[in-house]
Design a binder for this molecule. Structure first.
Ligand code: NDP
Length: 337
C-alpha cells in the first residue's frame, strides 16, 4: 500500500465536567509524519478504551500526564506494521503499542512490541494477555498477597480486570470467590465463569448482599475496582488480617464532589487490615512470568475472557462513555478495521 498522507484521529475538544459527553471529543484529520530511521508506520486495527483515561481528561497531576486539548488522545492499540525503518520490525508484524485513538501511528519501533497471535487473538493483548490481565494477577497475588484458601470478593467483577481477577483467584485455590456487577445478565455470566456467588449491587445495600454471599465466613481479600459503598461494605465483611488491593474507584471518576472515605475505616485498626493501592505498570518486571501463566490458564480453560466490540474510530468516544456506564461485559475494544 502507498504511504498515507493523512490519518483520522480523535482529539480532546474540551475537558469533561462530571460525566464525559460527545462534545468533549473531536474527529479530525492530521498529516502522517514522514518515517525516520528507527521508526515504524502502523495501521491500527484495534484500540482500547479504559476507565483510567477519564482521569487523564482532567487537567490534574497524576501518575500519567493529562491529555492535551486539541491533541489526539492515546492509549493501548494493536496494529499491523505497514512500513519499517527499524531492523527489529518488518512489514506485516502485529504490534502492541500506546498510540491508539488514530488510524495510523508513526512511532519509535522500541515502543512497539511484536505479539504472537498464535498464543491468543490480537484483541486479547489489550485484555487478558495484556495490562488488564497483569493488573488482575499482580493485584491479587503481589498486592493483596492472596493465599490458597482465601475467600475473595471482587467488585466490577464482570468487567475486564474483575472477571480475570475472580477466575485467577479460583484457579489459585480460593475457598470462595464472590463478585458484584451491575445487571442480572452480568451476575449470570459470573456464575458461568465459575464465581461461587455473585450479586447485582443495584438490588440492595452492598454490605447486606456481600455478607449473605459470604455465608457467615467473611472475606479475606477484597479486589477493589469500585471504591465508595463497595469498599465500605468490604471493610465491614473482611476478616481479621484481611487485605485489600485498591485497583480502581470507578464510582468516583465522574463525580464533581470529592467522595467521603469509607465511614467505617476505623475498623481497619481492630481487624488489622491492609489497604494497599497499586499501579499495574509498577509490576512490569513480572510481565513475562504473568504471560506464561495466563497462556497456560487460557489453554487449560481455567480462565476465559469476554470482549465487547464497538466498530469504527468515530464511535470510540461513545464506546468510552458507555464503558463508564457499564455497557461492556469483559474488555471494551474498538475495532478500527
Ligand atoms: P471495566 O471493564 O470493569 O469497565 C468499567 C465497569 O465499571 C463498567 O462495566 C461498570 O460495570 C462498572 N461501573 C461503572 N460505574 C460503577 C459504579 N458506580 N459502581 C460499580 N461499578 C461501576 O474496566 P477495567 O476492567 O478496565 O477497569 C476496572 C477498574 O480497574 C477501574 O476502576 C480501573 O480504573 C481500574 N484499573 C486500575 C489499574 C491499575 O493499574 N491500578 C489498571 C487497569 C484498570 P457494572 O455494569 O458492573 O456497573
Amino acid at each position: 500500500m502507498s504511504y498515507p498522507a493523512t490519518s483520522r484521529e480523535i482529539q480532546l475538544a474540551s475537558r469533561p465536567e462530571g460525566w464525559p459527553a460527545d462534545e468533549n471529543f473531536r474527529l479530525a484529520e492530521a498529516k502522517v509524519p514522514e518515517l525516520q530511521d528507527g521508526q515504524i508506520l502502523v495501521r491500527n486495527t484495534l484500540m482500547s478504551v479504559d476507565p483510567y483515561m477519564r482521569g487523564r481528561m482532567n487537567d490534574a497531576k497524576s501518575y500519567v500526564p493529562p491529555f492535551q486539548l486539541g491533541a489526539p488522545l492515546d492509549g493501548g492499540a494493536i496494529g499491523e506494521v505497514v512500513e519499517s525503518r527499524a531492523g527489529t520490525h518488518k512489514a506485516g508484524d502485529t504490534v502492541l503499542h500506546s498510540l491508539g485513538w488514530r488510524e495510523y501511528a508513526v512511532l519509535d519501533a522500541r515502543r512497539a512490541r511484536v505479539i504472537d497471535t498464535g498464543i491468543a487473538p490480537a484483541s486479547a493483548y489489550l485484555g487478558a494477555m495484556g495490562l488488564t490481565g497483569l493488573t488482575a494477577w499482580a493485584g491479587l497475588t503481589k498486592v493483596a498477597g492472596f493465599r490458597e484458601g482465601d475467600a475473595v470478593f471482587v467488585s466490577g467483577a464482570a468487567g475486564a480486570v474483575g472477571s480475570i481477577a475472580g477466575q485467577i483467584a479460583k484457579a489459585l485455590g480460593a475457598s470462595r470467590v464472590i463478585g458484584s456487577a451491575g445487571s442480572a445478565e452480568k451476575v449470570q455470566r459470573l456464575r458461568e465463569l465459575g464465581f461461587d456467588a455473585a450479586f447485582n449491587y443495584h438490588d440492595g445495600p452492598v454490605r447486606d448482599q456481600l455478607k449473605a454471599a459470604a455465608e457467615g465466613n467473611g472475606i479475606d481479600v477484597y479486589f477493589d475496582n469500585v471504591g465508595g459503598d463497595h469498599l465500605e461494605a468490604a471493610i465491614s465483611v473482611l476478616n481479621k488480617y484481611g487485605r485489600v488491593a485498591m485497583c480502581g474507584a470507578i464510582s468516583a471518576y465522574n463525580s464533581t464532589e470529592p467522595q467521603c472515605a469509607p465511614r467505617n475505616l476505623f475498623q481497619a485498626i481492630g481487624k488489622e487490615l491492609t489497604l494497599r493501592g497499586f499501579i499495574a505498570s509498577s509490576y512490569n518486571e513480572y510481565a513475562g512470568e504473568f504471560a506464561e501463566l495466563m497462556a497456560g490458564w487460557l489453554r487449560d480453560g481455567k480462565v476465559s475472557y469476554d470482549e465487547t466490540f464497538v466498530d469504527g474510530l468515530a464511535n470510540a468516544p461513545q464506546a468510552f462513555i458507555d464503558l463508564m456506564k457499564g455497557a461492556n461485559t469483559g474488555k471494551m475494544v474498538v475495532r478500527l478495521s
